[in-house]
Design a protein around this ligand. Structure first.
Ligand code: VGL
Ligand code: ZN
Length: 200
């Protein structure tokens, strides 16, 4: 479950349109899985992805950050703040592992596996291998950012990867971004499914 945190829901700092529709699906579907892992976007206040930390820029401007193109976001998911907490409607009793990402102030991390430069990894790959996980089912926010990059890395790391599409909502900064993300995931080898495809 990718980034189901207050700031990514409508009314939050970086609210994803319609994201509330992820409930109750995201809660009910957990009964069908053996291992539930949740990622958290977990930024320090001085994170370079925040437009507020670039005085001459505004949110959604694009800058270059250490050689990478970086969209500047409103301040969101700051460590230990309400916005970074799981949404209160999310069922959390089955979550066995939380993966924190975006903790380095100098680089963003859309993927739950690696930072955007693929330099540093989170604990996720090692944890999944230790648990002998072969197949991942992914849902969450946002389809066109953290879901997409998590899925692409999962495939590169050789996990069989299914995207539960009705459990994903996107930002669509430019119209077509969500469709492009879905196409990218499909082309890379992800299986796109819906929650009702999961056997009862
Ligand atoms: C995300 C933008 C910035 C996401 C995180 O969870 O998709 N998007 N940080
Ligand atoms: Zn972020």
């Amino acid at each position: 479950m990718v980034d189901l945190q207050n700031d990514f829901f409508p009314g939050g700092a970086l609210g994803v349109p319609k994201a509330n529709a992820i409930f109750p699906l995201a809660n009910q579907i957990q009964d069908h899985f053996e291992l539930i892992i949740a990622s958290k976007d977990w930024h320090p206040k001085n994170h370079k992805s925040f437009s507020e930390n670039h005085p001459s820029h505004k949110a959604f401007d694009i800058v270059e950050l250490n050689g990478l193109s970086q969209i500047l976001w409103p301040i969101h998911c700051v460590q230990e703040t309400k916005g970074a907490e799981f949404h209160p409607q999310l069922r959390i009793d089955k979550i066995r592992k939380i993966i924190y990402k975006g903790t380095d102030p100098n680089i963003d991390s859309y993927s739950a596996f690696f930072d955007n430069m693929h330099n540093k990894s989170t604990e996720l790959d090692l944890y999944l291998r230790n648990q002998n996980v072969k197949h991942l089912y992914i849902l969450g926010l946002a389809t066109d950012y953290c879901v997409q990059y998590t899925v692409l890395d999962a495939i590169q790391l050789d996990f069989k990867t299914s995207v539960i599409l009705d459990g994903c909502f996107g930002i669509n900064k430019s119209s077509g971004d969500i469709e492009t993300a879905i196409e990218n995931m499909k082309k890379a080898g992800a299986t796109i499914i819906n929650s009702h495809d999961i056997a009862c």
